[in-house]
Design a protein around this ligand. Structure first.
Ligand code: NAG
Ligand code: NAG
Ligand code: NAG
Ligand code: NAG
Ligand code: NAG
Ligand code: NAG
Ligand code: NAG
Length: 460
């Protein structure tokens, strides 16, 4: 304990030494830097003595770093209007707050980002958003200036990378998506000829320990969140919405959560109101925990799609999803893998869906290995090579929409892959079509735990 105390006091005196240097820096108009009370209240010469005495009492966050009240706080000027770009000020603030500080975007103020931002250098930083951080909708600028990922031709406004990044508050990150959805109207993101790329609202790349808490992520032009080669991402108490005010354009592809090469993805106490997948980890995502998730009008909570790219092996494993509510959507609990002449292979293993409530949902339980947009003949000729094993659906209840007749679960496995260890238990889903509900199972090895019929004998 004693040596630990010494370490903290050394760290604290180094921090106050750098605070002195800051006073000589040029501070952008309207910005401010304030030191934590423990450093600001005392004469500098005695600060190291003070720190040694107080070190034992200092709280630490989940990652062993300083808590909010012990951090240097940086504020910047707000935008005067939607064309007043403060991205240079924001970048300055993030750099100043890096290594133990905090950037605060204040309540009731708007901060417009009109330039792409490389935030890949972070190490122990807090960003507290109580106001609104809003992206400009200069489509021409963003389509020429962005960060590009070849996976599903994704682009983003900014990239967050590094270690120990906490983004939280009562505010909003607004993707200003309406103009993007209007412009995209009629196009299809997975169409190989599509060139109208739209930015992802929040993207991490090469990040470890990212926590997002309390925020509203609003109107993303495309996917809301995408995590790439990152570890230990935690979302808690977040609201995600993408709602179009134009009756003729939908907020397409505004997925709540996507991931690629990620270990450790946790989503808790979150509500999602978007026009596509609610939660859908993509290739090579492991150790997933989702609890108390609410999804409205979405394409469901999916594992995948995976197996898209020729010659590439993908996997998703070790996922636990519990207490999920899915309203008015296309799908409930879903697994999806690609088939076709030019796709990849892989596996989905050890997935538990537990306590799932569906209402007015077209396909409450789905195992689809004929993704994407491939007709039955081509899917049969080039079946998916993604194995699906050890998947449990436990206590799934509620109502379907009746769009699939009386079918409430459709588990159609690929003849080109292995499907085993698929288990259903306590399934109580009724269809407005009346009569006993139907569960379809094809090409599954072993007993699935409930009565099921081949697709050829099902309603639709
Ligand atoms: C990932 O970040 C670490 C520092 O956190 C850095 O050393 C490494 O070069 C980065 N890797 C890539 C591929 O950018
Ligand atoms: C709605 O979107 C369509 C398709 O892009 C566009 O033509 C129309 O102008 C939009 N309506 C409004 C009110 O913006
Ligand atoms: C389940 O999630 C809902 C939010 O969708 C929440 O209100 C409820 O408290 C959760 N139930 C449990 C047992 O945690
Ligand atoms: C759910 O989404 C529908 C549109 O899909 C919307 O009309 C409704 O208000 C939403 N419900 C809630 C509780 O947000
Ligand atoms: C998934 O991981 C495998 C090897 O572990 C790698 O070969 C493959 O490229 C990864 N998939 C993607 C889409 O990055
Ligand atoms: C299955 O995944 C859960 C996490 O959801 C994990 O705790 C468990 O160890 C995994 N089982 C196996 C056999 O890997
Ligand atoms: C799929 O299962 C088959 C048969 O069990 C096995 O030979 C093959 O290696 C598996 N593929 C993957 C990607 O795990």
């Amino acid at each position: 304990m004693k040596s630990l105390g010494f370490f903290f006091s050394l760290a604290a005196s180094l921090a106050s030494a750098s605070a002195i240097a800051i006073e000589h820096d040029v501070i952008p108009t309207g910005a401010s830097i304030s030191l934590p009370r423990s450093e600001a209240l005392l004469p500098r010469s005695s600060s190291s003595t003070f720190s040694r005495n107080s070190a034992h009492h200092k709280q630490k966050d989940n990652w062993g770093n300083a808590v909010e009240k012990d951090r240097k706080k940086i504020t910047i000027r707000a935008s005067k209007n939607d064309r007043d770009d403060i991205s240079d000020d924001f970048l300055w603030a993030i750099k100043k707050a890096n290594h133990g500080g905090l950037v605060h975007l204040q309540k009731g103020k708007k901060y417009v980002i009109g330039k792409k931002l490389d935030l890949s250098f972070l190490k122990d930083v807090y960003v507290k958003i109580d106001g609104e951080l809003k992206f400009s909708n200069d489509i021409e600028y963003w389509q020429a200036n962005n960060f590009y990922y070849s996976f599903q031709k994704s682009i983003t406004f900014w990239v967050w990378g590094g270690k120990d990044i906490k983004i939280y508050g009562s505010g909003v990150i607004n993707g200003n998506g309406q103009a993007w959805w209007d412009g995209f109207s009629g196009a299809e993101i997975l169409d190989p000829n599509n060139k109208y790329y739209r930015p992802i609202l929040f993207l991490t790349d090469n990040a470890t320990n990212v926590e997002v808490n309390g925020l509203h992520l609003k109107d993303s032009p495309c996917w809301t969140n995408f995590f790439v080669r990152s570890n230990n991402i935690v979302f808690d108490d977040v609201y995600i919405s993408a709602v179009s005010t134009n009756a003729s354009t939908l907020p397409k592809n505004t997925d709540g959560f996507d991931s690629l090469n990620v270990d450790g993805l946790t989503v808790l106490n979150t509500r999602v109101n978007v026009g596509d997948d609610c939660f859908s980890p993509k290739p090579n995502t492991t150790n997933i925990l989702v609890r108390n998730l609410w999804c409205n009008g979405t394409h469901g909570v999916s594992m995948g799609s995976i197996g898209q790219y020729p010659g590439v092996q993908d996997y998703i494993s070790n996922a636990h999803l519990e207490n999920i509510t899915l309203l008015n959507g296309e799908n409930g609990a879903r697994l999806k893998a690609w088939a076709g002449p030019d796709v990849g292979y892989g596996f989905i293993d050890n997935i538990t869906y537990k306590n799932i409530h569906v209402e007015n949902t077209d396909h409450p339980i789905v195992l689809d290995q004929c993704y994407f947009n491939i007709d039955a003949a081509a899917c049969a000729a080039y079946p998916s090579r993604v194995n699906i094993t050890n998947v449990r659906f436990l206590n799934v209840h509620g109502t379907s929409s009746g769009k699939a007749g009386r079918v409430v679960a459709d588990l159609t496995c690929s003849p080109g892959a292995t499907c085993n260890g698929i288990h259903l238990e306590d399934i109580d889903i009724t269809s407005p079509k009346g009569g006993p509900s139907q569960v379809v199972c094809d090409n599954i090895e072993g007993d699935i735990g409930v009565e099921c019929i081949p697709g050829s004998e099902a309603d639709d």
